[in-house]
Design a protein. Structure first.
Length: 94
């Protein structure tokens, strides 16, 4: 399946989630969106100092395996990931 959102990929980060929350580097000044892709189920959370949780009822967002998602973000934010997977985080501008 191909998705074309008309967004320009900029910086790419690869995060290794291994059961504990791990955070990305802060998003760049031109970043408006991020694309999250993962081969396994994960939970994510955005913020300036985020800590993701897989606990039911938490604020973390569930991202299923092999279903890339695009999220609107603000420059300087980070994404935290929890699960067991290699997670691709691609910063994008409009």
């Amino acid at each position: 399946m191909s998705f074309n959102y008309g967004l320009r990929p900029t910086t790419h980060q690869s995060l290794t989630a291994s059961g504990s929350s791990v955070a990305s580097a802060a998003f760049g000044t031109q970043t408006e969106y991020v694309r999250i892709a993962t081969p396994a189920d994960i939970h994510i959370l955005f913020g300036t100092t985020p800590t993701a949780s897989a606990t039911a009822g938490s604020a973390s967002i569930f991202v299923p395996a092999d279903q890339p998602e695009i999220f609107k973000v603000s420059p300087g934010e980070k994404v935290a990931v929890i699960g067991t997977a290699e997670v691709s985080v691609t910063e994008m501008s409009g």
